[in-house]
Design a protein around this ligand. Structure first.
Ligand code: SF4
Length: 96
């Protein structure tokens, strides 16, 4: 099985999965549109969610035009998530 790409840092502290700028979701889905790659897992609730320790990966990525995308998976060494066009974007997005 291919190794999933890790999330090196996520600065979206408003997200329920975020702890100290790390993502605690098991895996995220990156969605968005060709002008920006948005984290589809971002959610701001009054509760915290996810795993006890940060080990999040990109489970799926819908941005097929990104140079790191292969078979709807991410092949980058790691990705950074933060504010972009939306509250939570993949800042490693690199449209081919
Ligand atoms: S770097 Fe590209 S392929 Fe990887 S998650 Fe971000 S937008 Fe998707």
């Amino acid at each position: 099985m291919a190794t999933l790409t890790g999330i090196s840092t996520c600065t979206v502290t408003a997200c329920s999965f975020n702890t100290e700028q790390n993502c605690n979701a098991g895996a995220i889905t990156v969605a968005g549109s060709p002008d920006h790659a948005e984290c589809g897992t971002f959610i701001a609730l009054d509760v915290r969610g996810g795993l006890p320790t940060a080990a999040a990966h990109v489970g799926a990525c819908q941005r097929v035009e990104c140079s790191h995308n292969s078979d709807l998976l991410c092949t980058a060494d790691s990705v950074t998530i933060g504010a972009g066009a939306d509250t939570a974007d993949c800042l490693s997005y690199s449209p081919a």
